[in-house]
Design a protein around this ligand. Structure first.
Ligand code: WQD
Length: 348
């Protein structure tokens, strides 16, 4: 029986990270998570163990600490790294750009330096469709011109890709950058899901929190866009499909020869869904009515963006399987589970 390949997952207690850890374990990998829990909960590791029967290795510290990062690599000697750890709130990044540039760039540099120092030459990077800004055409391909992202958060993603591209040219490093579209939904077990700290700004948790009564209602930002129903269009992708794209990227890297490379893939369904369509799907599938009103456009929103995902389909051998119905059903099931869990904590 060959030794299991070990994957280090930074930010592995987060929304996408935790779902990816589950899929990696189920694909037969040995996983070690490092997370500073600044935007995640320690109970997520127990939930992963309940789902998979395996409790991944766990280290808790800030990856901006270079010495601790290098010691981690020396201790666990990963075969590959998936780097999720980053601050990711668009609004917060506008309020506090320096914290975003310092945290997101320093942590990436530390991870890459430690990787190179300890002979780990394979890295999957968590990037974002936000690097496209408002694309000139949809579906948007990986070769589309990158535009100045709407927020410092988005700009850190773009700069991190540039750091990786330059590093690949100077060192023996193989990188896959996955540009996510809009991750939504939750694992079918409802034991892990999106767990926003504080009031969420992104659509799906706003819907689920309205449905459960954590908020009295919400606004649909803008109904006068140049789209069929006037509301913005996005490419929503189920977080489990997104997690599987990371497993596919790791397998691609582990099967590659040594030569340095920087590969980019759009990870979306390839279909656009409007805000109104998402709201109506949520109501229909979950058998409930949501309280909302139309409000003016939200500053910084792009009107419409959805993925050309053909490269990922062809080169990663990956494809999305879970549709809109599963996205809204699993998100709602998770919110109901979370609500019970939070109530049990408050009662204890
Ligand atoms: C989606 C649509 C809103 C809330 C963000 C990040 C991006 C990426 C994906 C990480 C928009 C509308 C929302 C509400 C609404 N993240 N909306 N009422 O802005 O497309 O992208 O997530 O990589 O970097 O910016 O996602 O969910 O915030 O908005 O009408 O209460 O829902 O206006 O049209 P977004 P979102």
């Amino acid at each position: 029986m060959s030794e299991k390949r070990r994957i280090l997952v930074t930010g592995g207690a987060g929304f996408i990270g935790s779902h990816t850890v589950v899929q990696l374990i189920e694909a037969g990998f040995d996983v070690h998570v490092v997370d500073d829990l600044s935007n995640a909960h320690s109970h997520v590791m127990d939930a992963i163990a309940r789902i998979t029967g395996v409790h991944p290795g766990f280290s808790c510290f800030d990856l901006c600490d270079s010495e601790k990062t290098k010691k981690l690599f020396a201790d666990i000697k990963p075969d590959a790294v998936i780097h999720f750890a980053a601050k990711k709130l668009v609004g917060e990044s506008v309020q506090n750009p320096l914290m975003y540039y310092k945290t997101n760039l320093q942590s990436l540099v530390n991870v890459v330096e430690a990787s190179l120092e300890h002979g780990c030459q394979k890295l999957v990077f968590s990037s974002s469709c936000t690097v496209y800004g408002q694309p000139d055409q949809n579906p948007v391909g990986e070769d589309a011109p990158l535009k100045k992202p709407e927020s410092p958060y988005g700009n850190t993603k773009r700069i991190c890709e540039e750091i990786l591209q330059d590093t690949v040219k100077a060192h023996s490093l193989q990188v896959v950058s996955l540009r996510y579209f809009n991750p939504v939904g939750a694992h079918a077990s409802a034991l892990i899901g999106e767990y926003p700290l504080g009031a969420p700004s992104n659509l799906m948790p706003v819907l689920t929190q309205t449905a459960i009564g954590k908020r009295s209602g919400f606004s649909i930002f803008g109904s006068d866009y140049n789209t069929p129903d006037g509301t913005c269009i996005r490419d929503y992708i189920h977080v489990v499909d997104l997690a599987n794209a990371h497993v596919a990227a790791i397998q691609l890297l582990l099967n590659r020869e040594k030569s340095s490379v920087f590969l980019v893939y759009n990870i979306g369904t390839g279909s656009g869904v409007s805000v109104k369509e998402m709201v109506e799907s949520f109501e229909r599938i979950n058998g409930l009515k949501l309280n909302y009103e139309y409000a003016p456009r939200r500053t910084g929103d792009v009107e419409q963006v959805w993925a050309n995902n053909v490269l990922a389909l062809q080169e990663l051998g990956w494809k999305p399987h879970l549709g809109l119905d599963e996205m809204v059903a699993s998100a709602w099931k998770w919110e109901q589970h979370l609500n019970k869990y939070e109530k049990s904590i408050h009662q204890s």
